[in-house]
Design a protein around this ligand. Structure first.
Ligand code: HEC
Ligand code: HEC
Ligand code: HEC
Ligand code: HEC
Length: 235
């Protein structure tokens, strides 16, 4: 009869610990991401004096008044138009330009574009923290080194900005499944997320953490084997 030795048992324990540790590394908290814009940030763009992390995006009080967004604290962009995705086989009928929104009409995707269209300083807040009312930045472009520079992370503005990106801000429901013929049932999606039944940037991205072992694209599901795409598309 085989009796496991002490070292084999120890190896098994260590293997278990390793598996736990690597899972943690993939789904690390916001502190280890480029969205930690505080002094402890690990990215290039970060504050020189602000120790809080959530404040750049959320506040417990005096948040932007809008029933569709979570206690939002970052100044929204006043960009008038981003354009909308179109193709002969795109079946969604309510995809609307998310430019030109006001405090009360912003969609979840506007939260991302409040920094990622490059027009608003990342340290521009509705309600700065009482403990540290000033927040100066380093590593960004423009005034106060506080703007996301031109490049991949800057989706830009104007009538073609979102034309070449996966569509957002449209309803994904049973009628769309029927019209498209190649979509999963939106009531039973795994990993990805809809907001008031709509696809938004945060359907694919979790701004707090990433499940993608290959990088920091803040993805809800791994892109290995295009798993995330297959969470919605039957292809
Ligand atoms: C860079 C911007 C950003 C930062 C920083 C940030 N969040 Fe968020 N958060 C968002 C956005 C955008 C949403 C809406 C999309 C979503 O639900 O994923 C959100 C949604 C949430 C929600 C509601 C949805 C859910 O997951 O339950 C909670 C709670 C939350 N954030 C907590 C926090 C806390 C706590 C911190 C700080 C440790 C933090 N966030 C930091 C951008 C941010
Ligand atoms: C408060 C400002 C802010 C908000 C709001 C914000 N981001 Fe970011 N995000 C940043 C900054 C700054 C970076 C780092 C950019 C760089 O280094 O060029 C970043 C990086 C990223 C990256 C990684 C790019 C890379 O180079 O790896 C992704 C993906 C991303 N953000 C997606 C989102 C999405 C999706 C949302 C909304 C759900 C969002 N962000 C909301 C500020 C923000
Ligand atoms: C259908 C899923 C999906 C949606 C919706 C989506 N993204 Fe992404 N995004 C991705 C994937 C996947 C990547 C990684 C691409 C890569 O590795 O080349 C990515 C990458 C990014 C990056 C990193 C830069 C780059 O081009 O690689 C940023 C910034 C970003 N997304 C922001 C956004 C914003 C803002 C929105 C909403 C306007 C959005 N995303 C909507 C799936 C999505
Ligand atoms: C949260 C669910 C979701 C995820 C995740 C997702 N998609 Fe989509 N995607 C949709 C829906 C819904 C549509 C709209 C389908 C329609 O109207 O015909 C769409 C549209 C598209 C279209 C345009 C179809 C057309 O007819 O013009 C393409 C291509 C596409 N997605 C590819 C991808 C790829 C590649 C990924 C992974 C990076 C991805 N999608 C991830 C839900 C998703």
């Amino acid at each position: 009869m085989y009796t496991p030795t002490k070292s084999a048992a120890l190896a098994a324990v260590l293997l278990g610990l390793f598996a736990a540790a690597s899972t943690t590394a993939i789904a690390a908290g916001i502190a280890d991401t480029k969205h930690n814009l505080s002094v402890t940030g690990t990215g290039t763009i970060k504050s020189t004096d602000q120790t809080e992390i959530c404040v750049f995006c959320h506040t417990p009080h005096d948040a932007i008044k809008n029933d569709n967004i979570p206690l939002w604290n970052h100044t929204l962009s006043s960009t008038a138009s981003y354009g909308t995705y179109a193709s002969p086989t795109f079946n969604a009928t309510d995809a609307a330009d998310i430019g030109g929104v006001t405090e009360g009409t912003a969609a979840v995707s506007n939260l991302c574009l409040s920094c990622h269209d490059g027009t608003v300083a990342v340290n521009s807040m509705n309600n700065p923290s009482n403990a540290r009312p000033t927040t100066t930045m380093t590593g960004g472009s423009g005034a106060g080194s506080a703007f996301i520079p031109a490049g991949n992370s800057n989706l830009g503005t104007g009538a073609t900005a979102l034309k070449n990106d996966h569509p957002v801000n449209f309803t994904y429901d049973g009628a769309l499944v029927t019209a498209d013929g190649g979509l999963k049932n939106p009531a039973s999606l795994t990993g990805v997320k809809l907001f008031n039944n709509k696809v938004q940037c945060a359907s694919c991205h979790d701004p707090h953490t990433s499940q993608d072992p290959t990088g920091m694209a803040f993805l809800r599901v791994s892109m290995a084997g295009s798993t995330m795409c297959l969470a919605c598309h039957n292809k």
